[in-house]
Design a protein around this ligand. Structure first.
Ligand SMILES: [Zn+2]
Length: 444
């Protein structure tokens, strides 16, 4: 049990100075002190002696494992409303017959409640930062602001080669970036979001790359999820998708490319050379049967930063990064027929250090001066008994249900599995999802 010395009701909300005692980080027993700021001010063995007097709250970690908050580097948060709406279908039918017709009826209010639901689920399962692409992103930004976690938000730019549509997408992107900059919230940043090389034209891709460079912001794109899109790209442009993106200036150290299942060796080398972060989305890839796993060994050999994402809730169907870490480690071993591929410590780094690097939020390690994004995982749980090897248990045995406490930017968002306001979010999100389906089924 994690206990505090004061009323828990007071601990949520604004930053307080918090001393976390008796936790295990990197296999060492430590205490962690956050001095009411947004960063970890001290961490080490027995530092409680130094800080006990200063702390407004003392959390007895009771031997919990402390990790940096996890980073989900590819999702569509508000798709939480579509969870379980359509499964077990061919990708194009699933999109064309189920997902897109429903999304056509989305409102800003739906996206707000869908993103609130997603943030709730992320806090509950230990994720403190995510990379999001969707529509009505001003409403998503409001939800993230209230939820207390970090996000890199982009508008999904789709011009389909139509000049008029491209103008609209450019203006929508500019409006979102201006809106997020005006929010002036260090937890929320904007990116450009050219959806993919098959939905955004070369002109649109170039515009997104140039605008991102001018604004010094990131780029979030889908890349080579299916074999078909790679073949189509070769027939249409005479080159593979990564080469096309490179020509359009999209491959930069600020770029996160999701999926990457069908990358070849030359593309892996190109992405590494350009400093692109590649987000592996194994659960979604398996569910939609992309027929090939991300070439993780080739990317790592080439020196690329490989991180991890859940993709949206319609194709996963949750946002639990602990599950995703396990699925990544298993899929990589299975697909490449080698049980030594993606060992547990490396899998954990994909969700922490590599993810933080991709998102540009902190370092993804627990250290003095690092952002106070911390999760505590109970060791008094069956998934952590016995505890021969913490990395092994965290990757292969635990799910997000083992997370007891989540802190982001120095603020406690979940304590002993309690998240203030949870039932209100669940009620409103369920109501929004039901309304959305009803509107989609009502003839116009
Ligand atoms: Zn996606």
């Amino acid at each position: 049990m994690i206990t505090t010395d004061t009323e828990t009701a007071d601990i949520f909300g604004k930053n307080k100075s918090v001393l976390i005692t008796n936790v295990i980080a990197d296999n060492k027993p430590v205490d962690i002190f956050i001095d009411a700021a947004e960063t970890i001010s001290d961490i080490g063995p027995e530092i409680r002696k130094r800080h006990r007097g200063e702390a407004e709250f003392i959390l007895d970690g009771d031997g919990a494992l402390a990790l940096p908050g996890l980073a989900n580097t590819h999702t569509h948060a508000a798709m939480s409303l579509l969870r379980g709406y359509a499964d077990d279908m061919i990708l194009q039918d699933w999109l064309g017959q189920k997902i897109w017709p429903l999304e056509a009826h989305l409102t800003g209010e739906d996206v707000y409640w869908g993103t609130k639901l997603a943030c709730l689920e992320m806090i509950r399962t230990g994720t403190t930062a995510f990379n999001d692409m969707y529509f009505f992103m001003e409403d998503a930004a409001r939800a993230v602001d209230e939820a207390g976690i970090r996000a890199l938000l982009c508008y999904g730019f789709i011009d389909l080669g139509i000049a008029e549509k491209r103008e609209h997408e450019c203006r929508a992107t500019e409006a979102l970036v201006a809106h997020i900059k005006a929010m002036n919230n260090p937890r929320i940043r904007a990116a450009t979001g050219p959806h993919s090389p098959y939905t955004a034209s070369p002109e649109g891709l170039k515009w997104c790359a140039e605008f991102a460079r001018d604004q010094q912001i990131g780029i979030h794109i889908h890349l080579s999820e299916t074999e078909k899109e790679v073949n189509d790209c070769v027939s249409q442009y005479g080159k593979r998708p990564a080469a096309l993106l490179d020509e359009c200036g999209v491959l930069t150290p600020r770029t996160i490319a999701a999926h990457g299942c069908w990358l070849d060796d030359a593309e892996c080398a190109l992405l590494a050379k350009r400093g692109v972060s590649v987000s592996h989305n194994p659960a979604s890839n398996m569910k939609l049967a992309t027929h090939r796993a991300l070439p993780y060994p080739q990317l790592v050999r080439a020196g690329a930063n490989v991180c991890l994402g859940t993709d949206g809730c319609a194709s996963n169907n949750n946002l639990d990064m602990f599950e995703e870490v396990k699925i990544a480690a298993l899929l990589q071993k299975f697909f490449w027929n080698d049980p030594t591929v993606l060992p547990a410590p490396a899998a954990l780094l994909m969700a922490t250090k590599n993810g933080a690097k991709a998102l540009g939020f902190g370092t993804g390690v627990l250290a003095a001066g690092a952002p106070a994004d911390i999760i505590l995982i109970s060791t008094h749980a069956s998934c952590n008994t016995p505890l021969h090897n913490a990395a092994s248990n965290l990757v292969y045995s635990c799910s997000g249900a083992a997370v007891e406490t989540t802190i982001c930017n120095g603020r406690i968002l979940m304590l002993e599995r309690e998240i203030p306001g949870e039932s209100e979010v669940l009620t409103h999100a369920a109501h929004a999802a039901a309304g959305l389906v009803k509107r989609a089924q009502t003839p116009a």
